[in-house]
Design a protein around this ligand. Structure first.
Ligand SMILES: [Zn+2]
Ligand SMILES: [Zn+2]
Length: 96
């Protein structure tokens, strides 16, 4: 593994995820391959870059705000990964 001088930076947006940057707590180990430069980056991703799509409405959900739920009526075989946007305690129970 090659050590980059900026290995505390998010591999996607290059924002620092070092302690004190405000992104340290939510950073997660990540790697990426840049097809343009042929460069393989190994390091961290900030929460913003790891945001995901709500499986119900498709809107963007921050990594630390997503929920794993199942439909109470049993119609979902698998857990759904949704955001607060679609969270409804009448319809879903939390848990995967
Ligand atoms: Zn980022
Ligand atoms: Zn949603």
């Amino acid at each position: 593994m090659k050590n980059r001088p900026n290995d505390q930076d998010c591999v996607f947006c290059a924002e620092s995820t070092a302690i004190g940057s405000g992104r340290f707590v939510n950073r997660i180990p990540a790697d990426t391959y840049n097809e343009e430069t042929g460069e393989y980056l190994d390091g961290y991703a900030c929460a913003g870059c790891m945001s995901r799509e709500c499986e119900v409405c498709g809107s963007e959900v921050a990594m630390d705000e997503d929920l794993w739920v199942r439909r109470k009526d049993g119609s979902s075989k698998f857990a759904l990964n949704i955001g607060q946007c679609c969270w409804d305690p009448e319809v879903y129970v939390e848990g995967d």
